[in-house]
Design a binder for this molecule. Structure first.
Ligand SMILES: C[S@@+](CC[C@H](N)C(=O)[O-])C[C@H]1O[C@@H](n2cnc3c(N)ncnc32)[C@H](O)[C@@H]1O
Length: 243
């Protein structure tokens, strides 16, 4: 059930036509990487239920529905695929907390600056990184995400990309994000017998190096695990954020 987009060369994940065709063919619903139940501790910790949330590249995932069931009050979902958006709009027309709009995450000029308290991205930056002009697309998307966040708001990126490939994009000074990193195993992953990992809990952030990388002796229990980058837009009036 949980596929990843590491097979960039096989599919054009950055292309709207690819996604339209896929959603026409597959229908139904599908959550990439992780379900809300596994992400809940992180989302609840950083993005309170009263927040106005933007779900970028929502696809046909059940994630937003699960969040509303858990008390979230307003989630605006966007996707470049008009097929996905039409399907989801029809499916959820009875849930007023959910809105669906067809939009390219690289140009969200429809929304004014500082419109959202939280932006959630599960697999969408990953898709752009598989497309043509990936670094330009990533910069456009992240600049838009930063523009749309209120000061003190959070961009939460759930990705297969480790810090060597994601930090160069996320840590640009222009965004001025305070970044905290977590790593969680794939759903259903079991530690190999005899594993000597001393990791206490996946809820603990990873202590990054000065360069924003994993410590040299960091051991991933699941080599195909997922990363959660919590990027908090620094609020210059908040002393804790500046220190
Ligand atoms: C890997 S899927 C993830 C879907 C969903 N977030 C999930 O977790 O199941 C990536 C999604 O990003 C969307 N997407 C790709 N490029 C996009 C763009 N430029 N703007 C908005 N959405 C995009 C695709 O249509 C697809 O639905």
């Amino acid at each position: 059930m949980f596929r990843d987009v590491s097979s960039c060369n096989t599919y054009d994940y950055g292309d709207a036509l690819y996604w339209d065709a896929r959603y026409i063919q597959e229908g139904g619903s599908f959550d990439w990487y992780q379900r809300y139940s596994d992400l809940r501790p992180f989302i609840r910790n950083y993005i309170p239920p009263q927040s106005r949330i933007l779900m970028v590249g929502c696809g046909n995932a059940v994630m937003s529905e699960d969040m509303v069931k858990d008390g979230y009050e307003e989630i605006v979902n966007i996707d470049i695929s008009s097929v996905a958006i039409e399907m989801m709009r029809r499916k959820y027309e009875y849930i007023p907390q959910l809105k669906y709009l067809q939009m390219d995450v690289r140009d969200m000029s429809f929304f004014p600056d500082e419109s959202f308290n939280g932006v959630i991205d599960k697999g969408t930056l990953d898709s752009l990184m598989c497309g043509t002009d990936a670094p330009i697309s990533a910069s456009q998307m992240l600049a838009e995400v930063c523009r749309l966040l209120k000061p003190g708001g959070t961009y939460m990126l759930i990705t297969y990309g480790d810090p060597t490939v994601r930090m160069p994009h996320l840590s640009k000074p222009v965004y001025n994000w305070k970044i905290t990193l977590y790593n969680i195993p794939r759903p259903g992953f079991h530690k190999p017998e005899g594993s000597t990992s001393s990791r206490k809990s996946f809820l603990e952030p990873i202590p990054l190096t000065d360069k924003g990388l994993l410590p040299a002796d960091w051991v991933l229990e699941d080599p195909d695990s997922h990363y959660i980058y919590v990027c908090k837009k620094i609020n210059n009036t908040d002393v804790d954020d500046v220190l």
